[in-house]
Ligand binder design. Structure first.
Ligand code: GAP
Length: 530
C-alpha cells in the first residue's frame, strides 16, 4: 500500500523533474502517450552518467569483459529460438463493465491476493474486483504477448513481420560466436550491452518504473559448465566451501559461486554510485517465480516511494540460450577450451569412464536424458562445451529513478534571522550529477572579475558539464543548483583577483572553502571521480 507521505514524495520528484528538465511526458503537446517518457537537458545528462559509470566499471574496468552494440530489430527467428515469440507474455484481464484492462497478477497483488496459476491455466481468486469501477465482472485471465510487432519493407504481410527487441540480451547470444572468433576472449568472460528495449506493458505505471520503451544495461557472463571445472581442477568450489568472493575470481569456482560473486559485484557498484546498502534488498526467487531455464535468480530491489521493487535481476541461465540458438540456427555455439583438452588427455581410461558414469547418473537424476548426457561428455572429452551464463540485467531508467528518489530531500532550514525556509536538494554522487560545477561571478559589472570568472568556467567546461550563472543573489544561485544536484558551486570574487583563489561551496554540507585556482581541477577531480 502506498503511504500518503511516499505518494507525495513521488509527486514532488515528478514535479521537480518536469520543472527542471529531467523528465517530460513523451509528445506532451498532443496529450502524451502512456508508458513513454523523454529525458530533458538534465535527465539526458543523468542517464548518460549512469550508463557511462556502468560501462566504465563493468567493461573498461575489467579484463574479462567486452562490449556490443546490436540492432533493435533482429531476425524474427531469434525470438522463436529464445522462447519470446511463444511465451513472453503477462496475464491480462478486462472489466466487462467499464472495459478497463488490467495486468491480472498486479490486480490480485494490489488486493492482497495472488493470481492462481496451474500449469498453463490461470484464474482469479475469489473477490477480485476492477480497480477502476469496483465491478466483479472480470474476464478470465489470458496471456498477452508483450513484444511490439512491426514490418520490414513495404509489404505488410506475415513474412515481413518483425518484433522490437524486448531485451538486449538475445543479441548478445546471437553474436556470441562472432565475438569469440574476433576478440581473443576465453571463458570465463562477459559481453556487455546497453540500449533500448520495448515491451507493450499492459499497465505502465509508477512514473518511469514500468515503461513501454526503456533502456537496459545487460551482461552475459560466460562460464565453464561445472563438469568442465571438475575435469580441469579435480573439484568444484561451491558456496558450502565458503569461498572468498572479495578477491579475484578463481578457476575452480562452480556456477553457484560465480552467481554469488556477481550479486556482490553489482551491489558494490550500486554502493559506489551512491545507493546506500540499507536501501537495497536481495530477493531470491523461488519455485514458480523462476523461469523454467533459470537455475537461480536474485532480484536486487530498491525501496522506491511506491514500495520495494526490482531494480536488477541476476539470473543463472545455464546453457539454455546458446543451446537454443545452436538448435534453431544449426550453427555450433560451443567453444574449444585448451585447458580442458589438456586435463582430459591426462586422465586414464578408468578415470574417464568413472567421470562419464557419474555425469550421466547426475543428469538422469534431474530428469535429463542419458543420451544428452553422453553427448555432452563426449564433447567435453574433445575439449568442447557450450558455456553457461550468469546474467546481471538492470534497467537504466529504473536506476535513474532510484537515484532520483534516493537523492531527493526537502530540508527545513532556519537562517541567521530565524526565518524558516525549505531547501530542496538532490544529493547525487558527484559522478552521477548532471552538472558537476557551477561558476558564479560575484558581480557582473566588473569587467576584470567577469573575464576571470569566464576563464575559470571555460577551463572547467573542457573537462565536465558545468553551468554559468550570473543572475540573482548568490544564495538564490546556490538554491537553484541544489535543486538539480550540482555538487560544487564556485564563486569568483574580489579575492580571486588578488590571491588567485575561489570559494568552493559544497552542496551537502553547505560549507565553503577557499581553493587556489591552480589546484581547482585536481580538487574537483578528486571529489567527482568514482
Ligand atoms: N534479459 C533479462 C531481462 O530482460 P527482466 O527482469 O525482464 O530481465 C531486466 O528485465 C531489467 O530491465 C529489470 O530488472 C528492470 O530494471 C528493467 N525493466 C524491465 N522491464 C521494464 C519496463 N517495462 N520499464 C522499465 N524497466 C524495465
Amino acid at each position: 500500500m502506498k503511504s500518503t507521505e511516499s505518494t507525495s514524495q513521488l509527486e514532488a520528484i515528478t514535479s521537480l523533474c518536469k520543472r527542471r528538465g529531467f523528465i517530460f511526458p513523451s509528445s506532451e503537446i498532443y496529450g502524451g502517450i502512456n508508458g513513454f517518457w523523454d529525458y530533458g537537458p538534465l535527465g539526458s545528462e543523468l542517464k548518460r552518467n549512469v550508463r557511462d559509470a556502468w560501462w566504465r566499471a563493468m567493461v573498461h574496468g575489467r579484463e574479462d569483459m567486452v562490449g556490443l552494440d546490436a540492432t533493435i530489430i533482429l531476425n524474427p527467428r531469434v525470438w522463436q529460438a529464445s522462447g519470446h515469440a511463444e511465451g513472453f507474455a503477462d496475464p491480462m484481464v478486462d472489466c466487462r463493465q467499464c472495459r478497463h484492462r488490467h495486468r491480472a497478477d498486479q490486480l490480485c497483488e494490489d488486493q492482497g491476493q495472488k493470481l492462481i496459476v496451474e500449469g498453463k491455466s490461470m484464474r482469479l481468486p475469489e473477490g477480485i474486483r476492477c480497480s477502476n469501477c469496483g465491478s466483479a465482472e472480470l474476464t478470465e485471465p489470458k496471456a498477452f504477448n508483450l513484444m511490439f510487432k512491426t514490418f520490414v519493407g513495404p509489404i505488410e504481410d506475415s513474412s515481413a513481420e518483425v518484433w522490437l527487441r524486448p531485451e538486449t540480451a538475445q543479441a548478445i547470444f546471437v553474436q556470441f560466436s562472432n565475438v569469440v572468433g574476433s576478440s581473443r576472449v576465453q571463458v570465463p568472460f562477459g559481453i556487455a550491452q546497453s540500449g533500448k528495449s520495448f515491451r507493450n506493458e499492459i499497465t505502465p505505471r509508477n512514473y518511469t518504473f514500468r515503461s513501454r520503451e526503456f533502456e537496459q544495461m545487460e551482461i552475459e557472463y560466460f562460464i565453464r559448465p561445472d563438469e568442465a571445472v571438475e575435469l580441469i581442477h579435480g573439484h568444484v568450489v561451491t558456496l558450502a566451501d565458503n569461498p572468498d568472493l572479495s578477491g579475484e575470481p578463481q578457476g575452480d569456482w562452480g556456477w553457484e559461486v560465480w552467481h554469488r560473486y556477481w550479486v556482490g559485484q553489482r551491489l558494490a557498484w550500486y554502493h559506489s554510485i551512491g545507493l546506500p546498502a540499507e536501501s537495497l534488498v536481495e530477493y531470491w526467487q523461488t519455485g514458480n517465480e523462476l523461469a523454467h531455464y533459470a537455475r537461480t535468480c536474485v532480484d536486487i530491489e530498491y525501496a522506491f516511494p511506491f514500495g520495494v521493487q526490482e531494480l536488477e535481476g541476476i539470473a543463472a541461465r545455464g546453457d539454455f540460450d546458446l543451446s537454443q540458438h545452436q538448435k534453431h540456427s544449426g550453427k555450433a555455439q560451443d567453444v574449444f577450451d585448451d585447458e580442458l583438452k589438456q586435463a582430459v588427455a591426462g586422465l586414464d581410461e578408468a578415470a574417464r569412464s568413472a567421470f562419464s558414469e557419474k555425469t550421466v547418473a547426475a543428469w538422469v537424476a534431474v530428469g535429463k536424458s542419458a543420451e544428452a548426457a553422453q553427448a555432452f561428455v563426449a564433447k567435453l572429452f574433445e575439449g568442447r562445451y557450450i558455456p553457461h551464463v550468469i546474467e546481471p540485467s538492470v534497467g537504466t531508467d529504473r536506476l535513474a529513478l532510484a537515484l532520483l528518489c534516493n537523492a531527493y530531500e526537502e530540508q527545513e532550514l532556519t537562517d541567521s534571522k530565524g526565518k524558516q525556509d525549505i531547501r530542496t536538494v538532490l544529493h547525487f554522487h558527484p559522478a552521477i550529477a548532471p552538472v558537476k560545477a557551477a561558476v558564479f561571478p560575484i558581480v557582473k559589472n566588473r569587467p576584470e572579475l567577469y573575464a576571470r570568472a569566464r576563464q575559470i568556467f571555460g577551463d572547467l567546461q573542457k573537462r565536465w558539464n558545468c553551468f554559468w550563472d550570473e543572475s540573482g543573489a548568490i544564495g538564490r544561485r546556490y538554491r537553484r543548483m541544489d535543486e538539480i544536484g550540482t555538487p560544487f558551486c564556485i564563486t569568483v570574487d574580489f579575492d580571486t583577483l588578488e590571491q588567485n583563489t575561489v570559494t568552493v561551496r559544497d552542496r551537502d554540507t553547505m560549507q565553503q572553502e577557499r581553493v587556489p585556482v591552480s589546484e581547482l581541477r585536481q580538487y574537483l577531480e578528486r571529489r567527482i571521480e568514482l
